[in-house]
Structures are given as C-alpha cells and as structure tokens.
Design a protein around this ligand. Structure first.
Ligand SMILES: C[S@@+](CC[C@H](N)C(=O)[O-])C[C@H]1O[C@@H](n2cnc3c(N)ncnc32)[C@H](O)[C@@H]1O
Length: 214
C-alpha cells in the first residue's frame, strides 16, 4: 500500500472514530481534550461536531492553520508530559472525551509516549468517558470498544474508561501549587500571527525548551 493510501485510510479511520465517539458521549457533560493540535485538522472536526463543548488543546508547539488555532485560554503549549499535570487541579475528572494524536514518525517512541500520556490524562477524565487515539494502550480500567463500521481493527482505537479511585490519579506528583505556565517565546507568537501584547503570560506556552523550538 502506498504511503498516500495508508494516510487516507488513517484519516478516514480517525474521522469515523471521532464521529462515533461524539455519539457515545452525547449525553455526558464535560469538555473535550485534544492531544496533538498539529495543523488543526482533528481539532477543527471536533469543534464542528460538538460546537457547544469546551476543547482543551495540547501540543508541544503551535503550527496549526491560522483558522484552527484554539482560543488562547484553551491552548496549552508545552510537552504534554508536563502540561497535562498542570490541568489536574483545574478540570479534575471533568472531560467526557479525549483524542490522543500525539507523536512523531517513530512508531516505538509514539507507543512509549502514548502510554505515558494516557496515564496522565486519566485524572482529567470522567468515569465512563471515552478516549480515542493511536497507538493502542493496555492499562487497567481502559476497555477497548468496538470500532465503527469500515475501520479495520488496529488502525485506530477507542476506549471506555472505568477508573477506580486508586487508578484515577497517579500516586506521586500532586498538582503543582504554582501555575507553571510561562511567557511564550517570540517566534511562537509570530507563528500564531499575534503580537507579543496579545498573549497574556499566563495562558499559553508552558515549559517550552527555547533552544529547540525558538
Ligand atoms: C500527528 S500530529 C497531530 C495532528 C493533528 N491531530 C491534526 O489532525 O492536525 C502530532 C502532534 O503531536 C505533537 N507532539 C509530539 N510530542 C509531543 C509531546 N511530548 N507533547 C505535546 N505534543 C507533542 C507534535 O508537535 C504534533 O503537532
């Protein structure tokens, strides 16, 4: 299969799973989490599907299409392994759905990162909430759900979370007392088409490593 065919199948699976997940949570209150803004395709789809929901969006950097940049209070930039923890005290056990599409081209690294991130989103998720994503994950309380028609097994994944109190919050690392968001760096602001004064220091870029990203 060509890379083009493979890409088309992946995004079709992604769309079908997100549409299906929206149905699954239609009677459940709570915001959405989008892990991996990228160029904003799936974020745009989620906000079109569920315009009434708040969507908290996470990415290491801002590289989305100008039309797909979330409102600043919902955009949390920085390494997800750090920024997700900062939300535990803000929206504990609130989210109805998380879409996890974080990663690079390295399959093994993606698997490792996803396992780490999925543990960190658990404290943000409601009981019986839904997580859609790639790659697969094998964690206690995460029950794989059937995929919508037309999506081949293993191409994308949907889980229902059944989180006991002891599983819902990782043992160590309570939420930090001080909000760790830092000021955005200049090139990030420029890429977002904003001026420095448009971006309050407490909203966006968290824990960015300036030498690698700016
Ligand atoms: C496949 S892209 C997301 C595509 C996006 N869902 C879309 O439809 O346009 C993966 C994203 O994960 C982000 N990412 C990778 N590692 C990350 C990390 N440790 N923390 C936060 N974001 C990360 C990358 O910056 C990239 O934008």
């Amino acid at each position: 299969m060509s890379r083009l065919d493979s890409f088309i199948r992946r995004v079709r699976a992604q769309r079908a799973c997100l549409n299906h997940a929206a149905e699954l949570i239609k009677d459940m209150p709570g915001p959405l989490l989008e892990l991996g803004l990228g160029n904003g395709r799936t974020y745009d789809h989620l906000r079109e599907l569920m315009p009434q929901r708040d969507i908290y969006v996470f990415d290491r950097q801002l590289a989305a299409h100008a039309d797909c940049i979330p409102p600043r209070e919902f955009l949390i930039l920085g390494d997800g392994r750090k920024t997700l923890r900062t939300m535990w005290g803000k929206i504990p056990h609130a989210a109805a759905l998380a879409h996890v599409d974080i990663g690079t081209g390295d399959v093994r690294e993606n698997q490792r990162l996803a396992a780490e991130l999925m543990r960190l989103i658990a404290p943000l998720m409601r009981q019986n909430s839904v997580v859609v994503g790639d790659p697969s994950i094998d964690l206690p309380g995460w029950h794989p759900l059937p995929l919508p028609t037309g999506v081949r097994k293993g191409r994308y994944h949907i889980y229902r979370l059944s989180l006991g109190p002891s599983r819902a919050r990782p043992a160590a690392s309570p939420p930090p007392e001080r909000h760790p968001f830092q000021s955005p760096c200049v090139s990030e602001i420029a890429r977002a088409g904003l001026k420095a004064g448009d971006v309050p220091p407490s909203t966006v870029l968290a824990d960015i490593d300036p030498p690698s990203l700016c």
